[in-house]
Design a binder for this molecule. Structure first.
Ligand code: ARG
Length: 465
């Protein structure tokens, strides 16, 4: 038997392999809710414009509601022979209400239908990612407020650079997440145009009202060009690009958590809820969730590269290649959601070891820049010269295997005779961070103020009495 939805000119059924390669119902069943919402808006518009009768539209809408209930309760029997979600729903509608079902597809094609459904799905995904990012920021800002003055080493090249505070480090992640949110909201703004009514590619001769369907589905306006409407997948690409950047941010932070939670660093302890044990080594507390966030970033980036590759050779308008847009995007956006949930949980539950962080902050001559700055401010040396003098002092200390603060005033003066006792004030890590009061710097007062500002912005509004 040929396909009952489009088989008018066909005599035989597709080969089993044809059916297997062609069918998308195995994954696009996820678009069921969006497909039904789009069809309901479409048929309401068809009735309003007199293209179908009110009675037919009402029967179709009732049938669609019934199908939604069947799908939600798990009763719906999806069929691969019907290819995709669009034809599964329409075929079931015909079984429920008879030939009137055939009027639903007036002035519409699966090409604009799938473009619509997928936009709606991506839009929902972006909205929920935004809420998750806000929760992640809130967990970070809370920890940052608690530890605005907790000194830890700051690294460049993964070498001890200058002391910073733990709160400052966490707020850096809050900033990254803010840019991620801004990228998602930017993508959402461009995505929010409705392709429904573009039909197969050229528009339609029926007197449809695209502004009505666009408004009913929460879009800002209809898309302006029918060819572009059915061939554009920028909205997925942009969302995946933003997701790939966001996942990369999470991955970098996950890498730090992996390092920080080693016995060698010992900067943070992950809670039991976010650690795993080893089946052979009883002492182990493994940061598997952080490692998996780092690892799963590969699939998110892969989905972006995959779809860019699918799209790059496609002429206008729709080509079946575009059916390959969904699985990667579903996987990537759902994976990112899981990663965000895991990172939020880890951050909320982790305990910093303040003493270890502080001890490590002083290691590796981390206050050498403070010494050089002191030589500039107190002795009026040009910074280059101060850098050189400090380098020589570091070499003396390193030769003795001690810290800068362990050198005697005499040893210092042997390198630069004008150095006075007060230099020792700037060699402590607390003074070092406290002195970094420039805008955006790590001074605890700055960090506390920024954490407070973020908490005010992020705190969920308290319920009205
Ligand atoms: N399942 C298809 C997809 O996901 C729906 C659009 C089919 N359009 C077509 N002209 N065959 O892309």
């Amino acid at each position: 038997m040929s396909n009952k939805m489009w088989g008018g000119r066909f005599e035989s059924a597709p080969d089993a392999i044809m059916e297997e390669i062609n069918a998308s119902i195995g994954f696009d069943y996820k678009l069921a809710a969006q497909d039904i919402a789009g069809s309901k808006a479409h048929v309401a518009m068809l009735a309003q414009t007199g293209i179908v009768t009110q009675e037919d539209a009402a029967a179709i809408a009732r049938g669609l509601d019934e199908i939604r209930a069947e799908i939600e309760s798990g009763e719906f029997a999806f069929s691969r022979a019907l290819e995709d979600i669009h034809m599964n729903v329409e075929s079931r509608l015909a079984a429920l209400i008879g030939p009137t079902a055939g009027r639903l597809h007036t002035a519409r094609s699966r090409n604009d239908q799938v473009a619509l459904d997928f936009r709606l799905w991506v839009r929902d995904a972006l909205d929920s990612l935004d809420a998750q990012l806000a929760a992640f920021q809130l967990a970070l800002a809370r920890k940052a407020a608690d530890h605005a003055d907790a000194v830890m080493p700051g690294f460049t090249h993964m070498q001890s650079a200058q002391p910073v505070t733990f709160g400052h480090h966490l707020l850096a992640c809050v900033e990254m997440a803010a840019r991620d949110r801004s990228r998602f909201s930017d993508a959402r703004r461009r995505l929010n145009e409705c392709p429904l009514g573009a039909a197969a590619l050229a528009g339609t001769s029926f007197p449809i009202d695209r502004a009505t369907t666009a408004g009913a589905l929460g879009f800002d306006r209809p898309t302006a060009n029918s060819l572009d409407s059915v061939s554009d997948r920028d909205f997925v690409l942009e969302s995946l690009a933003a997701a790939a950047i966001c996942a990369t941010h999470l991955s970098r932070f996950a890498e730090e958590i992996v390092l920080w939670s080693t016995p060698q660093f010992g900067f943070v302890r992950l809670s039991d809820k976010f650690s795993t044990g080893s089946s052979i080594m009883p002492q182990k507390r493994n940061p598997d969730a952080a490692e998996l966030v780092r690892g799963k970033t590969g699939r998110v980036v892969g989905a972006l590269v995959g779809l860019l590759t699918v799209m790059k050779g496609l002429p206008l308008a729709y080509s079946k290649d575009m059916q390959e847009d969904k699985e990667g995007a579903f996987d990537a956006l759902q994976t990112l959601s899981l990663c965000l949930a895991a990172m939020t949980g880890m951050v909320a539950d982790m305990t910093p070891d303040l003493a270890r962080m502080k001890a490590a902050a002083g290691a590796g001559y981390a206050t050498a820049t403070d010494l050089a700055d002191w030589l500039v401010k107190r002795l009026g040396l040009p910074f280059r010269e101060a850098h050189h003098v400090t380098g020589r002092l570091v070499a003396v200390a390193a030769g003795k295997g001690v810290g800068l603060e362990d050198l005697s005033l005499g040893e210092m003066r042997a390198v630069e005779p004008r150095i006075s006792q007060e230099v020792f004030d700037v060699l402590g890590v607390d003074n070092s961070v406290r002195s970094r009061t420039s805008f955006g710097g790590t001074a605890p007062a700055n960090v506390a103020a920024q954490a407070k500002a973020w908490l005010e912005r992020l705190r969920p509004p308290s319920p009205r009495p």
